[in-house]
Design a protein around this ligand. Structure first.
Ligand code: SAM
Length: 190
């Protein structure tokens, strides 16, 4: 874990219902998540977005949520169980240099990165792993906190993603830094 990694105890604050007053997970996800999808969520924390995503993919879909921190994953599993959504959520623990998603190669419809990309030390390796997991044409929704992450740093992340085989499908806009990427090619690293 790097010094940029969000401390595990902050996970409770991030998963608090009060956050809904500032950030509505349904509004953020509904335009992108469809029933039956396989969604990959690296860095879910304690699952503020994960539970809503599991509702949106429905009984035929699945969310694979992969976090570095065991405390985050354990709390996410408990919350999924309480919400009756555990059978739709595959919560996994990973290492900083391996997301452990080799079994998903070419199967993922959508990857969502909420407020986490800035914590990843090797973004190129990280985005390559996601590229491999996506179906051709699969999407990556990236949301980063404005203020915490500069517009320049965000643009640099998007430029790096383009070299891996992504195109920008939806531009940056709004109060947060937001972009939708699409897997276009097999990519130089696939
Ligand atoms: C700021 S929290 C955001 C949590 C959640 N996405 C949210 O918006 O509530 C960032 C999360 O990303 C995780 N994380 C950071 N680097 C990661 C990596 N390389 N792979 C997987 N998870 C990572 C952290 O452990 C933490 O749970």
């Amino acid at each position: 874990m790097s010094s940029h990694t969000c401390p595990w105890w902050l996970g409770y604050l991030l998963a608090s219902p009060v956050r809904r007053l500032f950030e509505n997970p349904t509004a953020r996800l509904a335009p992108y998540v469809r029933e039956g999808m396989l969604v990959l969520e690296p860095g879910p924390g304690m699952g503020f977005f994960t539970l809503e995503m599991a509702r949106l993919v429905g009984p035929g879909g699945r969310v694979v949520a992969v976090d570095l921190q065991e405390n985050m994953v354990a709390a996410l599993r408990r919350r999924a169980q309480r919400a009756g959504l555990a059978d739709r959520i595959d919560a996994r623990c990973c290492s900083p240099d391996d997301l452990g998603i080799g079994d998903l190669a070419g199967r993922v419809d959508l990857a969502v990165l909420f407020h986490m990309l800035h914590e990843v030390s090797d973004q190129s390796r990280f985005l390559q792993a996601i590229h491999k997991a996506l179906k051709p044409g699969g999407g990556v929704l990236i949301v980063e906190p404005r203020g915490h992450v500069s517009a320049e740093a965000f643009q640099a992340s998007l430029a790096g993603a383009k070299t891996i085989g992504f195109e920008i499908a939806e531009p940056v806009e709004g109060k947060v830094l937001h972009a939708l990427l699409r897997r276009t090619t097999a990519g130089p690293f696939s």
